[in-house]
Write a protein that binds this ligand. Structure first.
Ligand code: SAH
Ligand code: DHB
Ligand code: MG
Length: 240
């Protein structure tokens, strides 16, 4: 076994992640170009891994999602994985607060030939979300922006995602920080709130899958399905 050959557990996990990415989630030159450009432009290297990009695409295909909402575009890496998975008649709206990030992402969306279905909306997500109400009913939401607002993004996702749809969120384990009882860090506290609420909400059926972040730390992605059981929805309605 590799671990007994003097490799640490971390090395094995890195090697296995490479093994998975190379077989199951190979990047084409455009996806590699997004990462290279983002790095050259000084953007943080906090994109989803190829494996997580592939999982997002797979969730879209499995669920038949046509309308997808993303919160947190950066250079458009996860946006391209998802945009390539939605049908031509579908749409992906991605929310980004930094003009520089949005502009880079828009360039790659055009280069991918996806600007007929993928759109980046500039502004603080909580403000843009208010303006989305006439476009209600997404099939899937992917939350990956400022962690402090995860509970508020969850509220919006529950409002905007249809029964039977998916609410996915990156970085819900934060290198183990969520284990800390009485945490004071705002991002950690908000992530704990997000996980506790998703786990306890009778409208959601959910799990967290382990992931690794860019610096090799352990992290997780939360995958939740909104119930389409009318009795659950009605019960929730009468409780509110
Ligand atoms: N989903 C991307 C990574 C997103 S990184 C990928 O995997 O490729 C998080 C992004 O959220 C950053 O670009 C940051 O500028 C953006 N962001 C942070 N706070 C935000 C807010 N309040 N509204 C919208 N976007 C925000
Ligand atoms: C980090 C990773 C992310 O995926 C993200 O969305 C934000 C921050 C990080 O590793 O710091
Ligand atoms: Mg993330």
């Amino acid at each position: 076994m590799v671990m007994q050959d003097g490799h640490g557990e971390r090395d094995v996990q890195d090697a296995l992640l490479d093994y998975i990415n190379a077989r199951y989630a190979p990047e084409d030159s455009l996806l590699r170009d997004v990462l290279e450009t983002a790095r050259a432009e000084g953007l943080p290297s906090i994109q989803v891994s190829p494996a997580l990009g592939k999982l997002l695409a797979l969730l879209i295909h499995i669920s038949g999602a046509r309308r997808v909402l993303e919160i947190g575009t950066l250079a458009g890496y996860s946006t391209l994985w998802m945009g390539r998975a939605i049908p031509q008649a579908g749409s992906l709206i991605s929310l980004e607060v930094e003009p520089r990030h949005a502009n880079i992402a828009r360039r790659f969306i055009a280069q991918a030939g996806l600007d007929d279905r993928v759109e980046v909306r500039l502004g603080p997500a909580l403000e843009t979300l208010q303006l989305l109400t006439d476009e209600l009913q997404f099939d899937m939401a992917f939350i990956d922006a400022d962690k402090e607002n995860y509970p508020r993004y969850l509220d919006w996702a529950l409002r905007l995602v249809r029964p039977g749809g998916l609410i996915v969120a990156d970085n819900v384990l934060r290198g183990g920080d969520v284990l800390e009882a009485g945490a004071t860090d705002a991002s950690t506290k908000a992530t704990q709130t997000y996980n506790d609420r998703v786990a306890a909400d009778p409208r959601l059926e959910a799990i967290v899958l382990f992931t690794r972040n860019g610096t090799g730390g352990v992290d997780g992605v939360s995958v939740a399905r909104v119930s389409d059981d009318v009795s659950v929805a009605a019960e929730q309605y009468y409780r509110e």
